[in-house]
Ligand binder design. Structure first.
Ligand code: PNW
Length: 510
């Protein structure tokens, strides 16, 4: 940990001096990055001290790298950043309706304007480039492309993504597109009940095929659906997210099946209509099961738990069947389906995208029929600015390792990881989000642990490029590498933007 081999014998005061120097050196090393990102350097210069103690590199062993072809990315989604909800023929989505319903959004906001990314995308591409980020995961708004959900396409809506793609590629940034990030056309909700009907699964496939045919000359990686489990349970079960329904369990389970079916049909549509070689897969918020203590028995129990607790999503997509545990638990409320449905749902995919933020459960082995127990979370478990966002870096390691091992997955992308923080603006105008940096540093260390063991994680998308509309939290929770002033639309890089830039440049955790 300390720079010198004899450091463990050093007095506390010497250690403190060394640490101060080390921080100071790193601070200055970052200056190039800061100015490139437009950050103020005045306060940093004022902190300079002269000493030879800190001239050594912090670590005499070469730091552990990520694979040389590792893809460093960042992510957003259409409804959260685009704004321009009434422009160029876009139809309304369930989130427009929901955000405009009194009392649904914490700060009474909506995403009519959001980050105005629809008009400022060129500026935003430069924000990506300034960090040296190599790939950008964005989502396509279904209601821009098919304002009614089905029927006549709206070429002007698709044109926005043509412009965005051209701008990304002109700047050397690889586009990764998500087809569904929760903004269902309101017309489909009104006409058929949204995901309660398999008509929506079929409509999704038609939209997927239409997009694939027109964009896969430039987009080589497509994610079907973002976080099936989250939007389904929150939107149709608890009623917390759009469309705000609290459906009975059998209907909810059928909707769950329809979402998985929609994923499979979309995979097939991308294969049928996209250019040869287009890669496609889901972006799922895998239920992360962490062994409470890393014993062989607990690790095995956590694997069993992972398979069972993801039964409706990743497990059925990757195995082509619902687990016995899932069917027994659902009982008479289980979804109705055919063998053909299961074959569609498990259509071969090219990679698995994982959104990893939290440990959903700590697991211990148990002498019971399931083979595992869930350990309760103590009230003191630390979290970031969102109450749900528990800080447990090892979730990153276990999520990717379990998925690779359980289903022999050959390619994984971490499609989201990031943190909300309060992001106060300091007197010098900078945002010193060292709490977000702490979160990221530790999660990335665990990701490096995974890649160094051969877990095939090929890329990482940091959520998010910039602060944006955080669903029911409105603009009250900030996840960005860039701060956004939603009154002026000014974007300001946070310290974490410099941190990420440094990581990408050196391909190690810094
Ligand atoms: C993801 N949880 O949502 C979404 O894909 C993003 O659109 C969103 O902005 C981001 O994470 C941050 O919230 C999640 O409760 C929402 O575990 C909630 C949870 C996980 C992901």
């Amino acid at each position: 940990m300390w720079p010198c081999s004899d450091s463990k014998f050093a007095s506390v005061s010497t250690s403190e001096v060394m640490l101060f120097n080390r921080l100071s050196r790193r601070h200055f090393a970052r200056l190039a990055g800061w100015s490139a990102l437009g950050l103020s350097t005045k306060s940093a210069e004022a902190g300079q001290i002269g000493s030879s103690v800190g001239d050594r590199q912090p670590n005499s062993n070469p730091p552990a790298s990520f694979p040389s072809d590792f893809i460093w990315g960042t992510a957003t989604s259409a409804y959260q950043v685009e704004g321009a909800v009434n422009e160029d023929g876009r139809g309304p989505s369930i989130w427009d309706r929901y955000a405009h319903t009194r009392g649904k959004i914490l700060d009474h906001s909506n995403a009519d304007v959001a980050n105005d990314h629809y008009h400022r995308y060129k500026e935003d591409v430069q924000l990506i480039k300034a960090m040296g980020v190599k790939a950008y995961r964005f989502s396509i708004a279904w209601p821009r492309v098919f304002p009614e959900g089905t029927g006549s396409p709206n070429p002007k809506g698709l044109d926005f993504y043509n412009r965005l793609l051209d701008e990304l590629l002109a700047n050397g940034i690889e586009p990764f597109a998500t087809l569904y990030h929760w903004d269902l056309p309101q017309a489909l909700q009104d006409r058929v009940g949204g995901w309660v009907s398999r008509d929506t699964s079929k409509a999704f496939a038609d939209y997927a095929g239409y997009v694939a045919e027109r964009l896969t000359d430039r987009v080589k990686h497509i994610f079907t659906i973002n976080e099936c489990s989250r939007f389904l349970y929150a939107g149709y079960g608890s009623g917390l997210d759009a469309p705000g329904l609290k459906l009975p369990q059998p209907v909810l389970n059928q909707a769950l099946h329809n979402v998985a079916l929609g994923h499979g049909l979309a995979v097939q549509a991308v294969r049928a209509h996209g250019r040869a070689g287009t890669k496609v897969g889901p972006a799922e918020n895998v239920v992360v099961c962490v062994p409470a203590i890393e014993t062989a028995a607990n690790i095995r129990a956590a694997e069993i738990a992972t398979r069972e607790l993801n039964a409706g999503y990743l497990t059925v997509m990757l195995e082509g069947k619902y687990t016995d545990g899932f069917l027994a638990y659902a009982g008479k409320n289980a979804p109705k389906y055919t063998a053909e449905d299961l074959a569609i749902i498990s259509s071969p995919i090219d990679f698995v995208g994982l959104n990893v933020y939290i440990p959903n459960h700590y697991i211990v082995a148990a002498d019971n029929p399931s083979g595992f127990d869930l350990v309760p979370f103590p009230a003191t478990f630390p979290h970031m600015d969102s109450a749900w966002l528990k800080v447990a870096p090892e979730a990153m390691y276990w999520a990717s390792r379990h998925v690779a091992k359980l289903w022999d997955v050959k390619s994984i992308y971490i499609t989201e990881n990031g943190a909300s923080a309060t992001d106060e603006v300091a007197a010098d105008g900078n945002i010193y989000d060292v709490d977000r940096i702490m979160y990221l540093r530790n999660y990335l260390t665990q990701l490096q642990r995974a890649t160094s063991e051969g877990v095939p994680v090929h890329g990482y998308f940091l959520w998010s490029l910039m602060d944006n509309f955080e669903w029911v939290d409105g603009y009250a929770k900030r996840f960005g590498l860039y701060r956004v002033d939603f009154n002026t639309q000014r974007r300001t890089p946070k310290l974490s933007a410099s941190f990420y830039r440094e990581i990408i440049e050196r391909n190690i955790v810094v």
